[in-house]
Design a protein around this ligand. Structure first.
Ligand SMILES: [Zn+2]
Ligand SMILES: [Zn+2]
Length: 118
């Protein structure tokens, strides 16, 4: 059993990181897909990604094109696992969803870091 302790050198609380990401996005330094926080819900992205606001048939965020269905989200806070799968066909991956999943894993890790630092 290996315990990976990757401590980020800068631990930022949710409000701080949210404001930082807003600014970085406005300046074109950060792509919306890569944000760890959500400016719509004011939360970590993994905490609100299950909301319908995070489904986009156009960009295929959390969307199965073949089934025209939104993907189900499973977040495991213990193992930092985030999966999004189509309830109909069991697949439904898209480049946008892969990126969103990556951001959710990172936000999980970031949230855990803030809790550890608190
Ligand atoms: Zn959100
Ligand atoms: Zn599907």
């Amino acid at each position: 059993m290996t315990a990976t302790t990757t401590t980020p050198n800068r631990v930022r609380s949710l409000p701080v990181l949210l404001a930082t990401e807003d600014d970085a996005e406005d300046m074109g330094l950060l792509a919306p897909d890569d944000r760890l926080t959500c400016h719509v819900h004011g939360r970590w992205i993994h905490q609100c990604v299950a909301s319908p606001a995070h489904v986009s048939p156009v960009t295929r965020h959390r969307w199965c094109r073949g089934c025209r269905t939104e993907l189900a989200v499973a977040v495991d806070e213990l193992s930092l696992a985030v999966t999004m799968t189509c309830p109909t066909c069991g697949h439904g991956d898209s480049p946008a969803t892969t990126r969103l999943t990556t951001a959710c894993r990172a936000s999980l890790a970031a949230e855990r870091a803030t809790r550890r630092a608190a």
